[in-house]
Write a protein that binds this ligand. Structure first.
Ligand code: GDP
Length: 309
C-alpha cells in the first residue's frame, strides 16, 4: 500500500519500521516532489550515523561480517540499519545476492532495520534512490552499513556515501592483484582480509595487500590498516572495530568528516544531473554548488533550470 502523505523527519525519528519502509518505497515514486526534497534535506542535515561502506566481490564474506557487526552494535546498545545494494539490475531482474535472509535479525527488534535495493544498471553502482535511502537511514539510526558488490572499478560508488570505506578481500583469491591492477587501492580506508580462519592463506593475502598498498602509496594523512578477520570465529573483530573507531575519530579531527560529506553532497547532485540530463546537461548546468537548504533542493533547482532552458 503506498503511503498517503510523507511523514516529516520528526515523525520518522519517533520510530516505526513500517512507516520507514513505506517512506523508503516512496523515494522513487515521489522523487523531486517538494515534500520529498524537504524531508531528504532535513535528513541530510541531521545525518548522525557513521556510515560504513562494505565492499568486495561476491562470496568474500560481506553478509557474514555484516551479521557480526549488527550483533555487536546491538550488544553495545546501538541501533543499526543495513542497506544491501543488490547488483542485479531492475531490468534483468537477476539475483546475484540471492536471498537477503542471509542477514538474520530479530523482527521484533526495533533497533535493527535491514533492506535491500537494486543497483543501477552497472555492477556495484549506487542509484540515487539508494543514496536518498542512506540519507534517511543515517538520520535515524546510530550506525549504518551499506553493502555493495565491488568487482574492479565499480565499487568506487561506495565513496559517494560512506564515511569509512572497507574493502573486503578473500584469502587465496588473487583479489589483491586484481585490485591493484584496477587502481582502486586509493579507495578503501580499511582493508579486511576475510575468513582469517584460513590462516596461512589469510596471512599471505594480508602480506600481498600490504605490499600493494605500499607500492600504491597513500594519499593524505591516513594509513590504511590491513586487518585479518574471521567472522566465523570472531577473531579479529575487535581489531576491526578498533580500526573503524580510529578512522571515525580521524575524520572528526580537523573537520575532515564534514569536508568529506560536503564533497559527497556535491557529487550526488552532479551524478543525479548527469544521469538525468547526460554529460551535455551537466556541462550546461555549469559549476554545481550545494546551497541551503541542502543537496536535494539544489538538485531540484538545477534540474528545473535545465528543463526550462
Ligand atoms: P558475501 O557474498 O560477500 O556476502 O559473502 P557471504 O557472507 O555470504 O559468505 C560467503 C561464504 O563464505 C559463505 O559460505 C560463508 O559461510 C563463508 N564465510 C564467511 N565468513 C567466513 C569466515 O570468517 N570463515 C570461513 N571459513 N568462511 C566464511
Amino acid at each position: 500500500m503506498p503511503i498517503a502523505s510523507l511523514p516529516d523527519l520528526q515523525t520518522l525519528l519517533s520510530g516505526g519500521k513500517r512507516r520507514l519502509a513505506l517512506t523508503l518505497a516512496a523515494i522513487e515514486s515521489r522523487r523531486g516532489s517538494a515534500e520529498m526534497v524537504a524531508l531528504l534535506d532535513a535528513a541530510a542535515k541531521a545525518g548522525k550515523a557513521h556510515v560504513l561502506g562494505l565492499t568486495g566481490p561476491p562470496g568474500v564474506g560481506k553478509s557474514t561480517l555484516t551479521n557480526a557487526l549488527v550483533r555487536r552494535a546491538r550488544a553495545e546498545g546501538q541501533t543499526i540499519a543495513v542497506l544491501a545494494v543488490d547488483p542485479s539490475s531492475r531490468r534483468t531482474g537477476g539475483a546475484l545476492l540471492g536471498d537477503r535472509a542471509r542477514i538474520q535479525t530479530d523482527p521484533e527488534d526495533k533497533g535493527v532495520f535491514v533492506r535491500s535495493m537494486a543497483a543501477r544498471d552497472r555492477l556495484g553502482g549506487l542509484s540515487d534512490d539508494a543514496i536518498a535511502a542512506i540519507v534517511l537511514l543515517r538520520a535515524i539510526y546510530d550506525r549504518v552499513i551499506v553493502e555493495t558488490v565491488g568487482v574492479g572499478q565499480s565499487e568506487a560508488d561506495i565513496d559517494l556515501v560512506a564515511d569509512t570505506v572497507v574493502l573486503c578481500i578473500q584469502p587465496a583469491s588473487g583479489d589483491s592483484l586484481q585490485f591493484m591492477k584496477a587502481g582502486v587501492m586509493e579507495l578503501p580506508d580499511i582493508i579486511v582480509v576475510t575468513k582469517a580462519d584460513m590462516t596461512d592463506a589469510a596471512r599471505r593475502a594480508a602480506a600481498d595487500v600490504g605490499g600493494a598498498l605500499s607500492l600504491a602509496g597513500h594519499e593524505g594523512d591516513w594509513r590504511v590498516p590491513v586487518i585479518r578477520v574471521s567472522a566465523a570465529s570472531g577473531d579479529g573483530l575487535a581489531d576491526f572495530a578498533a580500526a573503524m573507531e580510529t578512522h571515525r575519530l580521524h575524520l572528526a579531527g580537523g573537520e575532515r568528516g564534514a569536508r568529506r560529506r560536503a564533497e559527497q553532497e556535491e557529487r550526488w547532485v552532479r551524478e543525479a544531473i548527469r544521469i538525468r540530463f547526460g554529460t551535455e546537461g551537466l556541462r550546461r548546468a555549469g559549476p554545481i554548488r550545494v546551497a541551503p537548504p541542502g543537496p536535494f533542493a539544489s538538485e531540484a533547482a538545477v534540474a528545473a533550470r535545465l528543463t526550462s532552458s
